[in-house]
Design a protein around this ligand. Sequence first.
Ligand code: DPP
Ligand code: ZN
Length: 859
Amino acid sequence: PQVIRREDYQAPAWLVPEIALDFRLGLSATHVIARLSVTRNPAGNGTPTLRLNGDQIAALAVRVDGEAVNDWRMDGPDLLIDLTGDAHAIEVETALNPAANSQLMGLYASNGMLCTQCEAEGFRRITFFPDRPDVLSTYSVRMSGDKALFPVLLSNGNCTETGEGPDGSHWAQWHDPWPKPCYLFALVAGDLVANHAQFTTMNGRAVDLNIWTRAEDKDRTGHAMASLINSMKWDEEAFGREYDLDLFNVVAVSDFNMGAMENKGLNVFNTRYVLADPETATDGDYDAVEGVIGHEYFHNWSGNRITCRDWFQLSLKEGFTVLRDQLFSAAMGSEAVKRIEDVRVLRGAQFPEDSGPLAHPIRPDSYQEISNFYTATVYNKGAEVIRMMRTMAGAETFRKGTDLYFDRHDGEAATCEDFVRAIEDGTGLDLGQFRLWYGQAGTPQVTVELRHEDGAAVLELAQQVPATPGQPDKQPMPIPLRLALFDRATATHRVEELVVLDQARQTVRFDGWAEPPVLSINRGFSAPVQIEAQRDPADLVFLAAHDDDPFARYEAMQSLVVGHLVGIVGGRLDAAAQDRGRAAIGEAFGAILADDALDDLMRGELMILPSETYLAEQLLVADPLAIHAQREALKAWLGREHGAALEALHDRVRAVPYGRDAAARGARKLKTQALIYLASADAVGTAPRARAQYDAADNMTDRQGALMVLCGLDVPERAAALDDFHTRYAGNALVIDKWFSLQAGSLHKDVLEHVKALANHPDFTMSNPNRVRALYMAMAVNPKAFHAAGGEGYRIIGEVIRKLDPINPQTAARFVPSLGRWRRVDAARGALMVEELKAIAAEPTLSRDVREQVTKSLG
Ligand code: DPP
Ligand code: ZN
């Protein structure tokens, strides 16, 4: 396999300042003429050979300076032309079949419309081009097609002209004044309607906003539009970034590999991040729409105006843009809850990457298939790394750094190093050692010990960055730890500061403590590390009740439960210690239920137990079913112990009417949380309560929550509610996705039987990524199903990978990491997982995507 290395970067030999594209559109036959003005790059290596990348396309004709030529040649998928002189006009014709493009990369058909996805390397499936992000061009796009099939014709930038053609056809001409790499090119043609609004920027530019959907979906775009307007305003205020075109289009597409795509002036979205109304979208869905709308909009500056020099720099735009969308969502809602959710995602998705065979730094050194690097590491850990700079600089000073970055690199294809240097120059921070965060993979382990001696609190800190594939030895990194010391008597803190641990070991002394304080550390999750501390459960109960940092309060509760469950599963707690631990959790849980000063959204967060994935992460080798059983047992015990309080809570929040405000959202969150514990304690007794919540629901949050609980129970109410749900939402693809996910993710003892039956359901299809993920990703992340005795879960996922790979390799490859965790489970299970990986590797033809992930997972 060909390995692409970061250190091999070479400037492009030829540039393409301008490109004109002419599309004659048809669902199964589209004809493309690309006219490129190419100029020799003075900074290039001087080769006469122009390399135009291609992928599964053929050149029908090639012209140089207007003359048909024959002396071009193919080098694998690429088209090469030798040129004399410094500037030429190149013209290439290609023919495409969008309807047959099941990979959903390049130009493809979805639901009768045509759309594109070009990041990272999809443009080369449309025409021959130097498909690399450091080649920036000005685009003119003409498209023509049947007016009845494609009444709406969109591309990047502004529409400059339209007209009628022969035989019921029409055409449109678009021009994007901002030079861009080809991964930001987009085209959409279809029968769409727009929700239209206007936004006036801080300097008075009037911008037309359109959210395009199929007619029947239009009335579910209000939240996306409000989120877009909020994003535009927030980016002006928080980062000084103004929109730079007169038009901003968003299109919702139901077949989409990713969440959404930030194409210049024409964002293309997976429908699930656009459509929302109370009847069909949960509060979580609303948040996801807001977050992704923001994310793609923010890319206009962090991604489009300043793009990446090469794909190793992906975190330059993604890490920064994730941070920007996190700050935006925090500003729109509860900052505390948003931070907890972000950390939950990091721990659930990124920590396992860092500790597995696919571990890579946020700026990888090599890849075989770049699609495999759109990871939680590049995105979410990338955001955490930039957040640490912000924490160390302070928000206001950090802004000076980002201002400088935008100023200095506007219009360029930049590197992570450019970003760090701009932050350094703008803030005055010395980030020399900090750069290690870009190059070293693995989640640092920080050991914390607090001693009390001679009237002082002495904090011993040590760090260790674990070995990862290809990186056996690591250097200590700067780890900013926000900490506080609490006075037990007053339950307030006297010290709060940011300590930067930048050596292997460090001691920090705090004088003036006659009594030992309680330590609160990594407040706000100031660093993406794993804290190892021997904590007295009483101290954690204290912090869970009194810490004034909401994240730290949540963390105290999590640590209490992690210590208890991991202690039991690891066989480290005797019966008496188990009882003490459980009692401490029960006490803290009761205090959370009873605390009148807590808002319900935060109360809901504090009630959520650490996930099984996160618990497994604490053990070198885990028995997933033992973790599952112990966690379920604790849930049931809490449900019994606090049954009356949980019922009272459920009754209280049931009475709160639907609203989008925090209080009503908090009520809905608690409604389902209460139900979860009650059902765990008493399935038969709670089923009618769950069914009542289902029936009374006037919104998807309550209805889905109740159905989720019922799905896990072996009660008659289960099938009836599932049938009702399917009938009620027949034809609404996003809600039917939920119907699949709830069953595949359920706690039900027959979950694998359900999954197998659902695979044959008429609503199931392997060609829609949302549907595939709804069934199989939900199952792959459901430990009870995935790790079921005998390896059936592994076989199901292995088969999905093999069946999906020829259809959609990008989506298929996303399933490999779950099997790649084989070293972290008991040997018998591990062997079954390896067997599946080997069966995949033995396939005669495999995509580069799946091949890379499988080989690395076995390696
Ligand atoms: N660049 C997209 C995003 O993260 C993914 N292709 O927004
Ligand atoms: Zn992004």
